[in-house]
Design a protein around this ligand. Structure first.
Ligand code: ADP
Length: 371
């Protein structure tokens, strides 16, 4: 989009493009699902011509899906409202996962992937979704522009200053020197003398560049026509962006408070624990938690009141409330859910399970804020 267009107009155009592409995605998913069903031959064996036709539907459907996905990502990033959502993760696991998802596509295209992630250390803080978007676009280009029998090398390392270095190298058709800057512009594609169509609309690298800008990262390219291309990405580690997530525990039992405070803090959360359910509103106002764990003991009046007061209020309805109770009854559970509880734990609880459930609730909060 033209950078001189006003931010409001850009946001509106992005919103419209986003809506249209979203609407396209739904029927396309059905078409692909049905074509896959046909290919699986559960409803009858296909002859070789029919199989070829179904493969063509799937191949073209996949290209269309890639295009729609790019347009959706483009409208999201170009709206100018997208902010990076930082979280802590293990870069090694992140890249291994990514590699697993692209492996079948590489196999189909007769391309071998060699990955070297041995130099990756510990944890990393960044926006996982944006990073995934950037790296997977580079990988899919590397696969797209490599011939059968080609080779894709993935290398990643943690640098001295904690940054993450990722290299995607292919043995493909290469990019001429004079086009190496232009390929990051929107809708730009290198003109080819060969008759082969590679598909795409020239948005992949624009998305990579915009995502990396949001993450404070950079990208370099080295390529030789007919030989190889190497994209090198460096992304800074941003632990200072990691907001410690706050959990308010309302429980009068000081032993429970001690246990929860120490284990939650060890897991990197900020916790405040104490009794007095009647003061829940002022405690939320002071501490601003993202999650509340509320002990309602044996369904005591003050606990139930606090639950109702929170979930029905403007200050509390967006904060998930996990209820803890000494009563393990179906009636009490459904009553708690009716009153707006997000989860129900029975005391005595298992700490590991509580932590897992807390993480699940916080993940939902993150997803909601991204949506
Ligand atoms: P698309 O792949 O959808 O055309 P991109 O923005 O991802 O769009 O790439 C722009 C252009 O850069 C491509 O059309 C292609 O000409 C060139 N290109 C990108 N990656 C590679 C690569 N790994 N090898 C050769 N050419 C590439």
């Amino acid at each position: 989009m033209d950078q001189t267009t006003s931010p409001d107009v850009r946001a509106e155009i992005s919103r419209i493009v986003g809506n249209i592409t979203h609407e396209l995605k739904t029927p396309l998913h059905s078409i692909l699902a049905i074509a896959q069903l046909l290919r699986s031959e559960v409803d009858g064996v296909l002859n070789s011509e029919q199989r070829r036709q179904v493969e063509m539907i799937l191949k073209n459907g996949d290209s269309l899906l890639e295009l729609i996905t790019h347009l959706l990502q483009y409208s999201d990033l170009e709206s100018g409202t997208r902010r990076a959502q930082y979280e802590e993760f293990k870069p090694k696991e992140f890249l291994e996962e990514l590699r697993l998802t692209v492996e079948p596509i590489a196999q189909k295209g007769g391309i071998t992937i060699e990955a070297n992630f041995g130099q990756l250390a510990g944890m990393f803080v960044s926006d996982r979704r944006l990073l995934r978007q950037a790296i997977s676009n580079l990988i899919s280009n590397a696969l797209k522009f490599s011939p059968r029998g080609g080779h894709l090398a993935l290398y990643a390392a943690t640098l001295h200053d904690g940054s993450l270095l990722v290299e995607v190298a292919d043995s493909g058709i290469g990019i001429p020197q004079e086009a190496q800057e232009m390929i990051f512009s929107e809708f730009y594609q290198v003109e080819r003398t060969d008759a082969r169509r590679y598909g795409g609309v020239g948005l992949g690298l624009t998305l990579v560049k915009t995502a990396l800008e949001l993450l404070g990262g950079k990208i370099e390219l080295r390529s030789e026509v007919g030989q190889a291309s190497l994209f090198r990405v460096t992304i800074p580690n941003a632990p200072e962006r990691l907001k410690r997530r706050r959990i308010l525990v309302v429980d009068a039992d000081s032993a429970i408070c001690l246990a929860l405070e120490s284990s939650f803090r060890k897991e990197g959360f900020e916790v405040e624990c104490g009794g007095d359910a009647d003061r829940i509103e002022s405690r939320v106002a002071e501490f601003r938690p993202e999650l509340i764990i509320l002990d309602i003991r044996g369904f005591d009046a003050s606990g139930v009141r606090a639950l109702q007061h929170t979930t029905a209020s403007s200050w509390g309805r967006d904060i998930p409330v996990m209820v803890m109770s000494s009563v393990d009854g179906a009636k009490e559970r459904s009553r708690a859910f009716e009153l707006g509880a997000a989860d129900y734990m029975v005391k005595p609880f298992d700490l590991a399970e509580l932590l897992a459930r807390v993480r699940l609730q916080l993940e939902r909060v993150t997803l909601k804020s991204v949506a």
